[in-house]
Design a protein around this ligand. Sequence first.
Ligand code: ADP
Ligand code: MG
Length: 705
Amino acid sequence: MSETVNVAEIFGENVFNDAVMRERLPKSVYKKLRKTIVEGTELDPGIADSVAQAMKEWAVERGATHYTHWFQPLTGVTAEKHDSFISAPDTTGKVMLEFSGKELVKGEPDASSFPSGGLRATFEARGYTAWDCTSPAFLKEDATGVTLCIPTAFCSYTGEALDKKTPLLRSMQAIDQQALRILRLFGNTTSKKVTPSVGPEQEYFLVDRAKYLQRKDLIYTGRTLFGAMPPKGQEMDDHYFGTIRERIGSFMNEVNKELWKLGVSAKTQHNEVAPAQHELAPIYAEANLAVDHNQMVMETLKKVAGRHGLACLLHEKPFAGVNGSGKHNNWSITTDDGINMLNPGETPHENIQFLLVLACILKAVDVHADLLRQSAADVGNDHRLGANEAPPAIISIFLGEQLEDVIDQLCSTGEATHSKQGGKLMTGVATLPDLDKDATDRNRTSPFAFTGNKFEFRMVGSADSISSPNVVLNTIVAEAFKEAADVLEKAEDFDLAVHDMIKEMLAAHKRIIFNGNGYSEAWVEEAEKRGLPNIKSMVDSIPALTTDKAVKLFEEFGVYTKAELESRAEIEYETYSKVINIEAKTMIDMAGKQFIPAVIKYTTQLAQSVNAVKSACPVADVSVQTELLTESSDLLSEAKVALANLVEIDNKACGMEEGRAQAVFYHDQVVPAMAALRAPIDKLEMIVDKELWPMPSYGDLIFEV
Ligand code: ADP
Ligand code: MG
């Protein structure tokens, strides 16, 4: 049994949160900082020293020796460079512990090694990190000791964003401003701020660490590049919501404790569909915090796994043929006084504000489906999107029966007169309670589903930062709000104008609504008829970043400049090429040094045994052995040829200049060459003696954790 925990007591104990600030900061300083955090007003630089002092004292009392600006460069993971609090020793050899306002507010990492996509040449290496007071500082406890982490934004000498946080904060400002305009139109004079809320559901796999270390593919690429399916896969559906085994349970227990201390509200945990797959969901938070917290969740899962003799795989597709992992991004927009603008209420047909918001979201998603799709693109996700387990690569919206019915009424007669209600669910058992039914069932196959009072964007990859999808969501919805407000603010008859506008928008963008089975072939055809984009790969998605439409959108709301968009596109192409190159090189290494030698050993032993039998008894029937020998020798030559081919094609790819053409070449040439090498080796795995096979199999990895 694990020790008991007092959750309420440990929750947030490692966070410099509001309660700590209120207690430790001078009143006037606290008030000013709070105003910036809550209302989004400009940060007063005069308070920095005082905040730094309090932060340092608090951190040192809790054992901190170092501080770091914690940021999110375009590598997709977080970065930190630790500095200790010590000053230079004085004449007596003693040191003081120091931390100034300047050190809190600004950092200057030598940033030339972070991806910048051409925004900065290496000789112009300066980059700055700037304190983001809207995400509280926290203490990280690990083998290095205790470190005070200050969430920061990271930008270049010339002010371009080099990270995932800056554009997110900019997009949050954009939706705040435009959503307030919508609220004011409906007579709301009290709400001061609108914030997107995000709850990301994180999926992951756990495998035994000792086995993980025997697989170079897992070590170098986070996924298996070879592997035959075990006799049992996920067909029994017996893992989903299954009893959590002891070893996994003790891992989850520690993860929760670590996260609670960091103020991450880890809430839900369960086994997922695939064997060895699990999920963790926090309670939703403001978008910026949710993005930071999700990074902490991913880091904590990995760190704690190591302590339990496990390895956590965050990759979108660690095992071919087994369900992959995603991250459902639940998104809504809420005012500072608690109004969720996505709440339809009991009778959505009468809720004009909600219908306008909904129409704006339909428009935003329809117009910018390509950008939304792009925001969920990463190399690993190419294995999921469009395969029969994850959302299709086509963006569509699921609204559910109730809302679809309201929209149908509006589109057909121009008036919506009623809303379908859920009614009661009768269990047929007297002792069981009758349940109130939701007005709408769920649809698991939709990439963008309305789930009661939020939208759930389900395309995001499990290993990816959730920043980009939220940047896109916030900005495209801000644009639709702006276009609506521009017209409605000038309308003479508001009621009439808003009514007409909703009808027009719904009619124009209805094609994005799809309530059917998103995994079916029929939908692919239907979507094509509707003119909805079906962007199948990451490489194909990247041009969406730099279209005139995208540049206009992001520049209008100050979220990205054209140069920033171009740099991001460039980084995505580079990332794609690098990842595939590492995968190809790993396959070459494993095939050449591990699989082929193992198969040679096997065929040699087999041939020797055939000869031995033959010489002992010349009339013995060795046809089965000979058949196996022929089969494995054929597969061996197929593998040899495929290996030589992959080496050649990958070399060619490496020799190309970085950019789109290279990424396209990796996608079109190298990826198929990798598949051609994998095929014979997976077949050989089914033939060759298990003792001779040089690494743990799929079965060993996913059923024996
Ligand atoms: P499900 O999607 O299975 O219904 P939940 O409703 O519990 O599960 O929510 C899944 C995630 O969505 C959780 O992280 C939850 O906190 C988050 N969530 C719930 N309501 C909202 C909301 N209004 N806005 C954003 N996220 C939300
Ligand atoms: Mg969900």
